[in-house]
Design a protein around this ligand. Sequence first.
Ligand SMILES: Cc1ncc(COP(=O)(O)O)c(C=O)c1O
Length: 393
Amino acid sequence: MDHSQLFFKHLAPTNPFPVGIEIDYAEGSWIYGPKGKWLDLIAGIAVCSVGHRHPNVVAAIHQQVDRYLHTMVYGEYVQDANTRLAQKLTSLLPSTLDCIYLVNSGTEANEAAIKMARRATGRSQIISFHKSYHGNTMGSLSISGNETKKAAFRPLIPDVDFIQLNRWEDLDRITSNTAGVILEPVQGDAGVRTAHNDYLVALRNKCTEVGALLIFDEIQCGVGRTGSWYYFQQTPVVPDAFTTAKGFGGGLPIGALVASKELHALWAHAPMLGHITTFGGNPVCSASALAVLETIESEKLMDQIPEKANFIRSRLNHPQILEIRNEGLMFAVDLKSEEEVGKLFDYCLQNGVIIYRFLSSPSSFRMAPPLTISLEELEFGMKVILEGLNVLK
Ligand SMILES: Cc1ncc(COP(=O)(O)O)c(C=O)c1O
């Protein structure tokens, strides 16, 4: 049996039509397989932000692998891979966000955020947003806004309410019963929908007024992708906590819940071990994450984002395109239908370019290329997309 046959026989599927390309290796903006090579315009869904196998990331991983892999569960031993990462990340943030809890993924970071809101306030209600995506474990699924993906798994956690992004009147639903409000300030899976600054200020004020935690999910829009380390740093507000993952690890699994030392101190008592994880903060993943942050900084990748984003926008001038939304290198491009998105995806894949779809915005296609992508590579990618759009006409 070849690997494709083994894939379909022994690996659990998530959908009836997986992309199914076989991978040999990946480097920079490219993925290579025995049957072709592809320009990766989605970076493993906003994960490989500094490209595939960036030499700094690979070197940091090698160095850590040569020292130790796992020595103890999170929070017990002093491991410099963790402390260096925490020092670096918090140095990039406002002083109120000075402490991090390391986990293994985005959904785990959000699970911790739900628990933090409840523990800190003694309340249970979480307010979330329609069309939000926060992950697939039961807590994160409960606070995600895609109803069709949730129905089969009820009962989910109780006391979750959904409001509409940027709809001011909904803010009245946040009350003194609310433990926390969780928001992607740039909604990813909803098709790159951004919270307006004046709305964010009102939301911040409302949370402060009623004593609820304001938590941002920056799992997709964070780590430089929108032109600042975290999107909220381009806005007038600072959340009480935020979550990060995906691009944070540069291709290794790591996430974090970032908040104040006071909030995180709650895990240690009443009950003690209020949140624990075996693998959270794995030193190899932490070393990789530190290398990602240092590389974004040393290569001044965030400074290059406006030029790259404008380049994409200027090239994607085509009658089949209804609208383009982006925050930095996080793009949603609206076509007329889900069927058109499927056809364009197939055309691009056959012609050496990977784009992708959204769950909650089916008639849009998604791009989240590595921040390291060059203009020449983007030129190639846009050429193939335009050819594909021509075929749709
Ligand atoms: C905004 C957002 N939050 C949470 C998650 C869940 O992250 P993970 O798949 O690492 O659990 C995702 C993943 O797509 C995401 O985009």
